[in-house]
Ligand binder design. Structure first.
Ligand code: ADP
Ligand code: MG
Length: 361
């Protein structure tokens, strides 16, 4: 049975008002929907575009209940929304993606156990709850490794690289002594990611993978197709589809991969939301990842994920936002700024996508 689509004029609640929430609000507006954003920061990027902003903490059950009371469906723009308050508050309206998907993606140990459990390969890993366990796990994994907090990491934060023969003392404590995961360092040839979507009727549409380059843990640029071979693209899309199917997922998901020199793939992590490495879709596809997410959660038909052009998307981080003025003198570069007042170091201020030629599709 086909689900009933959300009618025009209905209201979508978006938890999180950063740039992803902002771009979701823009896409929702274009499809005739209203949006209410919940964010602790009144001047958050999405507040400039949403119909209303509810200023509250993400674990404020009363505020979440108010949001639910005014919305027809609820979605979120980041994976660190506390699950239990959300489960409590969101019972009267659909939450997409589900609280179960969110719960898996926000804990690196649960995430990797889920992936391995459905036959998806990851870096070798061990759960770490103490400095002694870290010592032991390092011997088991051998070689270089990366210690990451299980929760709340982003843009490379909450991570420490452990090099061979370097002193180990205090590495566990340096991340706060919190439950962590030790991952074997993957000597990847390159990184790529896939943005996929699943609709309420079970339809799956997956965008082409992008080759990603990170600097200091932050995404610098995404190139499509970059180094990605057809075989790697097919395998990455298959894995993303399997994850969507197994989670009975509704909405857009980002799946990050490590690719070795022989084209072998390991999943690094999944993000139950629109993803920075999918921003290129707004310039090189008819339907962007943002519209695709809104279509999916609203029960509308998904758009075709084919790209019409090859492209490169670059983030504008901190002071780099000053490049926008000269980028705008190029007639065919899509520049997207997030309306953030202060260009602090490491802060994502905007991005741009330059088309680099016709795609072979
Ligand atoms: P975040 O949530 O901050 O994106 P990630 O786990 O994706 O955290 O790590 C950020 C980046 O650090 C990755 O994109 C990759 O470049 C590098 N990295 C993370 N884990 C590993 C690993 N096991 N082996 C090699 N590089 C890694
Ligand atoms: Mg990542």
């Amino acid at each position: 049975m086909s689900p009933v689509p959300l009618p025009t004029g209905a209201t979508i609640g978006i938890i999180g008002g950063g740039q992803l929430g902002r771009m979701l609000a823009m896409a929702a507006a274009r499809l005739g929907y209203r949006t209410i954003v919940l964010d602790p920061e009144p001047a958050c990027p999405a507040a400039q575009l949403a119909n209303e902003t509810l200023v509250a903490a993400y674990d404020d059950v009363a505020a979440l209940a108010r949001l639910v009371g005014h919305c027809d469906i609820v979605t979120y723009e980041f994976e660190n929304v506390p699950v239990e308050p959300l489960r409590l508050a969101v019972q009267a309206v659909p939450l997409h993606p589900s609280a179960d998907a969110l719960e898996i993606a926000q804990d690196r140990v649960v995430e990797k156990a889920f992936l391995n459990g459905i036959g998806v390969a990851t870096a070798e890993w061990r759960a770490i709850d103490s400095a002694a366990e870290l010592d032991h796990a390092l011997i088991q994994l051998g070689g270089e490794a990366i210690l990451k907090t299980r929760r709340l990491g982003y843009d490379g934060k909450g991570q420490a690289t452990i090099r061979k023969d370097a002193p180990l003392a205090d590495v566990f404590e340096s991340l706060g002594g919190v439950p962590s995961i030790l991952e074997k360092r993957v000597p990847f040839a390159y990184e790529c990611s896939v943005i996929g979507a699943r609709g309420t009727d079970g339809t799956i549409a997956v965008f082409d993978p992008a080759e990603n380059v990170h600097g200091l843990g932050i995404l610098r640029c995404s190139t499509v197709p970059g180094k990605i071979t057809d075989d790697v693209a097919r395998e990455a899309k298959d894995i993303a589809s399997r994850i969507l199917e197994r989670l009975q997922y509704v909405g857009v998901i980002g799946v990050e991969f490590f690719v070795d020199a022989d084209g072998g793939l390991l999943v690094n992590e999944i993000a139950p939301r629109v993803h920075n490495s999918g921003h290129w879709t707004e310039a090189a596809c008819v339907i962007s990842q943002f519209e695709q997410h809104i279509r999916a959660v609203a029960g509308l038909p998904l758009g075709a994920p084919a790209r019409h052009s090859d492209c490169v998307m670059e983030n504008l981080i901190g002071d780099e936002v000053k490049r926008a003025a000269s980028l705008l003198t190029e007639p065919a570069v899509l520049v997207h700024l997030y309306g953030k007042a202060e260009a602090r170091a490491g802060r994502k201020m905007g991005h741009f996508t330059r088309l680099t030629g016709p795609a072979n599709c």
